[in-house]
Write a protein that binds this ligand. Structure first.
Ligand code: AMP
Length: 183
């Protein structure tokens, strides 16, 4: 199964991606986690990403795509993957299509997590990450609307939309039920 999860910051994509990856026995690939690991290790990639992340802006596509391309080349991604936080722009989606074409595979579905902005601000302020102050959160929401929401049209032919407000297991069930219904 090759899935992409799309949703505004704080929609719970990471938690759901973890659970779905376990259920489906495929790797969970989070670009945010990859960037944070690079930041922690102070790699050149991490240092390059830092200022963008701190401001809640997107790291440039060229940097992000190269990182994902590397990760998808790891053997564990051959059986499928759950991409969490990538693609986030239409050019990234085009690049992903190119990478997958090289492997002769396609995305099975794109899952959209729907949640109201105000619910998310309250959730994120409770999370306490360094890019979780209110100003940065609002910027990330704006970036989502401007750069990422256009992907919902881009992926219209494989889009599955799920209400992301509720208990964690309940939302996982919504996703798996919606994916089953598509088959
Ligand atoms: P996340 O954990 O997905 O919210 O990502 C945290 C930060 O990492 C984002 O605010 C961006 O600065 C950066 N980032 C993560 N994924 C991407 C991506 N696909 N394209 C550009 N920047 C990204």
């Amino acid at each position: 199964m090759r899935l992409v999860l799309v949703g505004p910051p704080g929609a719970g994509k990471g938690t759901q991606a973890e659970r779905l990856a376990q259920q489906l026995d495929v790797p969970h690939i989070s670009t945010g986690d990859l960037f944070r690991a690079n930041l922690k290790d102070e790699t050149p990639l991490g240092l390059e990403a830092r200022s963008y992340m701190d401001a809640g802006n997107l790291v440039p596509d060229s940097v992000t795509v190269a990182m994902v391309k590397d990760r998808l080349a790891d053997p564990d991604a051959a059986k499928g993957f759950i991409l969490d936080g990538f693609p986030r722009t239409v050019p990234q989606a085009d690049a992903l299509a190119g990478i997958l074409a090289e492997y002769g595979v396609e995305l099975d579905a794109v899952v959209e997590f729907q949640v109201d902005d105000e619910v998310v601000v309250q959730r994120l302020l409770g999370r306490g990450r360094s890019d979780d102050n209110e100003e940065v959160i609002r910027n990330r929401q704006q970036v989502y609307r401007d750069e990422t929401a256009p992907l919902l049209r881009y992926y219209a032919d494989r889009l599955v939309t799920v209400d992301a407000v509720g208990e964690v297991p309940e939302i996982t069930d919504r996703v798996t039920t919606a994916l089953e219904a598509r088959k």
